[in-house]
Structures are given as structure tokens and as C-alpha cells.
Design a protein around this ligand. Sequence first.
Ligand SMILES: Cc1cc2nc3c(=O)[nH]c(=O)nc-3n(C[C@H](O)[C@H](O)[C@H](O)COP(=O)(O)O)c2cc1C
Length: 175
Amino acid sequence: MSKILIVYSSVHGQTRKISAYLEDKLIAAGNSVTAMNITDKVDLAEFDKIIIGGSIRHGKHSAAVYDFIEANQTVLEQKPSSFFSVSLVARKPLKNTADTNPYMRAFFEKSPWKPQLAEVFGGNLNYPSYGSMDRNIIRFIMWITKGPTAADTNIEYTDWNKVDTYAESVNQLVV
Ligand SMILES: Cc1cc2nc3c(=O)[nH]c(=O)nc-3n(C[C@H](O)[C@H](O)[C@H](O)COP(=O)(O)O)c2cc1C
């Protein structure tokens, strides 16, 4: 049994939802798991494994992800750890691995912390929940990338079987 911390940076809730799902899977596998917002206060020293999850907005992971890494780099490097990234680009078969996803590659270039395990998941596309400016920008990007553009679109691209496999990989990280 390991004590696992999952911290997430989520604007519309999909990364939080994936974190909650991971939490359930890892508890079912016999671990003690805490999932929390990346801006909440926490002492990483109390945990055996650390997972960070972050979503993409306008081509970037949030500054909160990098702030958290900078503030906790020493402890992060001492423990088995993982990072997962959530985006719409990750719905594309040629961009759905840590090696082929451009946001994950950018993450590894920018972050001083290099987790042992990294994964990418497709996110949620929910036009009705966006403000008009964001909706128009994302519809335009979807039009260019041959995705859905109907204004009432609400699609979850997260592959939950892939999240299951990821939970298994986290479980197997050796403490
Ligand atoms: C304003 C906005 C900008 C986004 N920009 C991108 C982007 O540049 N690339 C991408 O692949 N997905 C982009 N997305 C899609 C999000 O990554 C996706 O909806 C994800 O599920 C959001 O996760 P969250 O709900 O945890 O924040 C954007 C979504 C929104 C609302």
C-alpha cells in the first residue's frame, strides 16, 4: 500500500474528473489516496508517490503547474512521480502519447522535474459552457483540425480504458 497524492489543475472540471476516477481506481487497488487542487496547501513529504495532472488552455499548461513544480522540485525528485496532460489535441491518434503530444513535449522541455511516468488524455469539448470568445476560438481550431463545430457540441474524448491502464502503471511505480 502506498500513500499517493494527486494534484490537479483544472478549469472546466475534466482533469478533476480524471483525478477523481484515478483516486477511486488507486484506492480499489489498496492505496491511500488524496486528490486536491494544485493551489491547495499540502506537505508532499507525507506521500510516497506524487501525480500531477494539468489541462491545456490556449496551447499551455497553467502557470500553477509550473509554480507547484518549482516550489516542490526537491521533494518531487525524491519520490516516484508522474504527470498527465489533458487536451483536445490528445484525441488525435497521432498525438495521443507522451512522445507524440506537442504539449507533453513542451512540458518536458520547460519543466525541471522529469517524472518517471507521463501520459496524455483527451479532454472535453463543451461549447455551451464556454464564453462567446473562447467558443469562437475553439470552433475555429476545430474547423481547421476537422473536429466538431456545431454550437451545441458536448463530447468527452477521455478514453477511460487508457486511464485504467495509467492507474495500473502508477500502482506499479516502485516506492
Ligand atoms: C478556453 C479554452 C482553450 C483551450 N485551448 C486548447 C488548446 O490550445 N489545445 C487543446 O488541445 N485543447 C484546448 N482546450 C481544450 C481543453 O484542454 C479541454 O477542454 C480539457 O478537457 C480542459 O480540461 P479542464 O476541464 O480540466 O480544464 C481549450 C479549452 C478551453 C475552454
